[in-house]
Design a protein around this ligand. Sequence first.
Ligand code: GLN
Length: 250
Amino acid sequence: MRIRVGHLYPEYLNIYADRGNIAVLARRAALRGHELEVSPIGLGDAVEPGAHDLLYVGGGQDREQALVAPDLEEKGEAVRAAVDGGAALLAVCGGYQLLGRGYRGRDGSFMPGAGLFPHETVAGDTRMIGDVLLECELTPGSRQQLAGFENHAGRTVLDDGAEPLGRVVYGFGNDGRSGREGCRVARAVGTYLHGPLLPRNPWLADWLLAQALAHATGAHPPALEPLPDDLEREAFRVSASRARDRGGRG
Ligand code: GLN
């Protein structure tokens, strides 16, 4: 299959090894005989619901976020329609904040968002920096751990009833208090975990690929053939033990 990926604002929201996440998706797809076709979606480009099996938004500083926020607000309806139609989505950090209703940055200005995730974010006086370990259950009955790194001033508060991506085991998470991290809506997930998120959490890469394939085929998410993942498991182990030893305390 061809898996069509729309990469939102690669030229602005592009810190923290974002391309690495896409490289992992491409490689893991190829090892199962699928091809990832990645197209950039920039300022002023239309998002056509149905045209992408997976949308990707990376992280950025407040300055870059301010540059894309009005455009993303305009794209909001199309992004919500794409996810309603079954497209998968991964949003990291600055992109995760802007896919909610909006983000009030360090200078007090409000950046509107796409309104996909039921949350709002306000920057605090301190940054929440450190390694993170989460417990997730994206598929009922299948618990998985996710390890990563967070670095954000924004505190994200989920609406009542909103589904987080996971429960914080070590680290700060959305706001340093709630014990919740990220957000999930249908096949869309947003998270503060950046840096090489997918290389050390291959189960999440495969979950996203399976969701994207389900969108492409109209069938259920397929079970993907397992890969050896020895290095990936080791990377996860190192990252998870760092989170245990020195992750931020919420
Ligand atoms: N500028 C945002 C914050 O500090 C997001 C930072 C990021 O993407 N790491 O909260």
